[in-house]
Design a protein around this ligand. Structure first.
Ligand code: ACO
Ligand code: OAA
Length: 377
């Protein structure tokens, strides 16, 4: 029986989508550094789903298809407004919204490659509209209908902020989407694969994955990073904050990683973007606090920033509220989840491990009339 806590180091499946070897992250063999510099999120969707980079016309066709499906049923937003949004985390709303989207899809339970690809496309296009609309509704504003002529990144920022992003903003958001798109067998991807390995549908797989991404040990850390930076407030308060947190044995959000022990290769890109955007928006303190925090944690605990750390100040500078950071992570990771769902369907076997039972054995059943505490504990 396997006894590794949290399945650390366990190889649970074969995959040709994403690799992490010697601290180097690759999508389908392409180094993340090169993809972050050169590619668009639409290209990454193609790469993850179809296994190779697209040709020009293939990329055009994918962009067209995404744009064709970017509208969501008006009923979706009516439902969204009916949720008690003021006191519900947007990840919970998103979890319900994606599940609802499945209900509106007449082909939800159709199980063949063509139908699954069509559902994936609809989901990837619409999840962006839902998250941007949710961001608006949370601020008491009306959702803005998507445009059909913009890049994935620009359309999201347009639907959220009501104005076209600058080139710098569009590029930064595109790069963040590229960097978050997939990450081997992380907890939410594993969840999606377990779900669809029962031959459940794509919407169920993504809904399950959203539930897993929400947690603070996973994607839920990014919003909490910004909350922490705000709580710290200035560079001269960083040291005292870290001392107190470590004394109370609190986890510092955005640091540490199960797989990377010498640093997350995505963090340096987000760090550069954080520097650029905090200067551009005249809010340098978020970067300065982040740098000091990272220096102290490296010195004291050998802990290094993960993908969630610098993405916080990046999103903040793009005018996005903290609570929407994790839903945005989900918009990007949907590309990876879907690639893994396809891979799972293509060579499926039910995922059903065993547990090492450590509870009591051979307990005699005592009828309730005769039961007392001593007999049952
Ligand atoms: C997209 C993503 O999911 S990236 C991860 C996002 N999550 C976070 O940023 C939350 C903060 N980080 C963490 O909780 C962890 O580092 C995780 C969940 C990412 C990895 O967890 P694990 O691989 O299980 O490592 P584990 O929690 O056992 O940590 C090992 C040691 O480092 C410490 N440690 C790890 N991360 C942190 C942290 N962020 N702050 C303080 N201490 C930490 C642990 O307390 C533990 O110390 P101990 O051995 O003295 O008990
Ligand atoms: O791989 C992990 O465990 C978490 C992570 O960084 C991600 O999902 O991007």
């Amino acid at each position: 029986m396997m006894k590794t806590r949290g399945l650390e180091g366990v190889v649970a499946t074969k995959s040709s989508i994403c690799s992490i070897n010697d601290g180097v992250l690759r999508y389908r063999g392409y180094n993340i550094d090169e993809l972050a510099e050169c590619s668009t999120f639409e290209e990454i969707i193609y790469l993850l789903w179809y296994g190779r980079l697209p040709l020009k016309d293939e990329l055009m066709a994918l962009k067209q298809e995404l744009n064709d499906h970017v509208d969501v049923p008006s009923e979706m937003f009516r439902q969204l407004k009916a949720y008690p949004i003021e006191h519900t985390h947007p990840m919970s709303v998103l979890r319900s919204a994606v599940s609802t989207l499945g209900i509106f899809d007449a082909h939800e339970d159709e199980m063949n490659e063509t139908a699954n690809k069509a559902k994936a496309l609809r989901l990837q296009a619409k999840i962006s509209t839902i998250v941007a609309g949710l961001g608006r509704v949370r601020q008491g504003k009306e959702p803005i209908p998507p445009r059909h002529d913009l890049s994935f990144a620009a359309n999201f920022l347009y639907m959220l902020n009501g104005e076209l992003p600058s080139e710098i903003e569009e590029n930064a958001f595109n790069r963040a989407l590229v960097l978050h798109a997939d990450h081997e067998l992380n907890a939410s991807t594993f969840t999606a694969r377990v779900c669809v390995a029962t031959l459940s549908d794509v919407y169920s797989g993504i809904t399950a994955a959203i539930g897993a991404l929400k947690g603070s040990l996973h994607g839920g850390a990014n919003g909490r990073v910004m909350k922490m930076l705000e709580e710290i407030g200035s560079v001269d308060r960083v040291e005292a904050y870290v001392d107190q947190a470590l004394k109370e044995k609190r986890k510092i959000m955005g640091f540490g990683h199960r797989v990377y022990k010498n640093g997350d290769p995505r963090a340096k890109h987000l760090k550069d973007m954080s520097y650029q955007l905090t200067r551009l928006k005249n809010e340098p303190k978020w970067y300065d606090i982040s740098i000091k925090l990272a220096d102290i944690l490296r010195e004291r605990k050998g802990l290094l920033p993960n993908v969630d750390f610098y993405s916080a100040s990046v999103y903040h500078c793009l005018g996005i509220e903290n609570e929407l950071f994790t839903p945005i992570f989900a918009v990007s990771r949907t590309a990876g989840w879907i690639a893994h769902i396809f891979e799972q369907y293509n060579d499926n076997r039910l995922i059903r491990p065993r547990a090492l039972y450590i509870g009591p054995e051979s307990m005699p059943y005592i009828p309730i009339e005769e039961r007392n505490k001593v007999d049952i504990i």
